[in-house]
Design a protein around this ligand. Structure first.
Ligand code: GLU
Length: 494
């Protein structure tokens, strides 16, 4: 057993984000590869924005994806509790320690004063930073203001000189990433309501939970020097860091819900397979063996190495995800596919029978998402096809010509007794040979008559499933519609 311990630390402030799954996937693959542990910690210290529903949705989404964690709020573990709102005493205690050792200080500046300060900094075109007013208050003054119940926050006392550096497993490949201390703000660690900020809670927990590698999105790089300082102030060894490239919209901006669906729930509800989602997210940051694009979680676990992490900006391209989803759908056995389709199909449409198996078998090739079952199969479930007569008439074909095609088809199919795909197709081809029309024209008229649409599952297989009586009735119905059109418009005169 290795000592590798990684975590995802989502904040439950909205729908479960694709970014959480992306980072969770890399955590998971690394932990499993190294024989270590993967931990879920809920960072719910923002009391105003955190909700129970959001936490539940995150757990559900991780379960859906199969990113099983070894420790977490719902499964427990030796380093709990795994919800930060249940650990507030721990943070307070640690913040006090930092004050005692001179690494943090009480700050009494009011909201009004801070916003005034920020305005002035803006005017002078200076970066917004705490100006240090409370940095050097005497112990006596602090005591008396606390005794007078003046609200106070705890701030980190960032050295004004020198540099803070760390190395990243992904960025700059081992070269130190260096920050000038004078540009680092005296970060608030504990708020006046007694709740910690992200920075304090995150560092304290990563240490106490013995996290060895912090894998997270690169938007946290600029927080890392503050974290390194905190580790130093506590006298702790910092973990290793791996900052993953951010997922991006097509225009390269940071992924946003204005330009992409960012909720994992949306993908689940729209019939994406978890294994396709994982493969897609893996492609965002991982180069598989020989540039393979289709690989599963096991392969990623097996081949995981930090050298394989891409540093280029990954574009979250839903077309690619749809393509992958189709690949995974085609790999499923029919029975498995039926089970996966069931929640998406109209009730009662998917039984265990042979017809269902045939139906699913013929649409499998065409499905991009599981929620397309009804779209491809609706015509099997009704005898009132709802289509516009115009769609019956193929391109470069007239109404009377279409009627001629369908009349010939009806004649020919009335003579077919063995109603299975092969003879049905032979009859169709024979028709094309006899008639003066192109295959495309004949099959299009037939397809619309049988399925009500120009886009359908394979035609002759569909006819087999529909059966003789229903198929012939549809041909007659199509002819009747053409006849009606003739009556209405008087255009057709043969
Ligand atoms: N709570 C942070 C988030 O929501 C965690 C960042 C980290 O992994 O340090 O992304």
């Amino acid at each position: 057993m290795s000592n590798v311990r990684v975590r995802i630390a989502p904040s439950p402030t909205g729908p479960p984000h694709v970014g959480t799954a992306y980072i969770g996937l890399f955590d998971y693959a690394f932990a499993r590869h190294a024989g270590g542990k993967f931990v879920l910690r809920i960072e719910d210290t923002d009391q105003e924005r955190s909700t129970k529903e959001s936490e539940e949705a995150i757990l559900r989404a991780l379960r859906w994806l199969g990113l099983e964690y070894d420790e977490g709020p719902d499964v427990g573990g030796p380093y709990g509790p795994y919800r930060q709102s249940e650990r507030t005493d721990i943070y307070r205690e640690h913040a006090m320690k930092l004050v005692a050792t001179g690494h943090a200080y009480h700050c009494f500046c009011t909201r009004e004063r801070l916003s005034q300060m920020r305005k002035e900094q803006q005017k002078r075109k200076q970066p917004p930073m705490y100006d240090g007013t409370c940095r050097e208050l005497s112990a006596d003054e602090v005591r008396s203001r606390l005794d007078a119940a003046e609200p106070a926050v705890f701030r980190l006392k960032v050295p004004r000189e020198g540099e803070t550096a760390y190395t990243d497993l992904v960025r700059k490949k081992g070269e130190p990433v260096v920050f000038q201390n004078r540009h680092i703000d005296d970060q608030v660690l504990l708020k006046s309501d007694g709740f910690p900020t992200y920075h304090l809670a995150n560092v304290v927990d990563d240490h106490l939970m013995e996290i060895t590698h912090v894998v997270r999105a690169e938007e946290w790089v600029n927080s890392t020097p503050k974290h390194i300082m905190l580790y130093k102030a506590f006298g702790w060894e910092p973990p290793k860091y791996a900052h993953m490239p951010l997922l991006r919209n097509r225009d390269k901006s940071k992924i946003s819900k204005r330009k992409n669906h960012t909720s994992l729930d949306w993908y689940r509800e729209h019939g994406f397979l978890p294994e396709a989602m994982l493969n897609f997210l893996a492609l965002m940051g991982f180069s598989a063996e020989e540039g393979e694009e289709v690989f599963d979680l096991d392969a990623m676990v097996r081949d995981f190495s930090w050298d394989r992490i891409k540093t280029s900006q990954p574009i979250f391209d839903v077309d690619k995800l749809e393509w992958l989803n189709g690949v995974y759908i085609r790999e499923l056995g029919v029975d498995e596919l039926i089970e996966r389709l069931r929640p998406f199909a109209e009730a009662g449409r998917l039984d265990q029978g042979e017809t269902t198996r045939k139906m699913v078998g013929i649409i499998q090739e065409r499905l991009k998402t599981l929620d397309e079952f009804d779209k491809w199969t609706w015509f099997f479930f009704t005898d009132e096809l709802d289509y516009d007569v115009e769609t019956l008439i193929p391109k470069k074909t007239t109404g009377p010509e279409t009627a001629a095609i369908l009349r010939a088809a009806l004649d020919a199919y009335e003579g077919v007794d063995e109603w299975t795909t092969e003879p049905l197709e032979q009859t169709g081809r024979g028709l094309c040979d006899r008639l003066e029309f192109k295959v495309g024209q004949v099959f299009m008229a037939l397809r619309v008559a049988i399925t009500g649409s120009g886009q359908s599952p394979p035609l002759f297989e569909s006819m087999e499933i529909l059966g003789r009586t229903r198929s012939l009735a549809r041909l007659r119905d199509a002819l009747a519609r053409l006849g009606e059109q003739e009556g209405e418009t008087g255009r057709i005169a043969d």
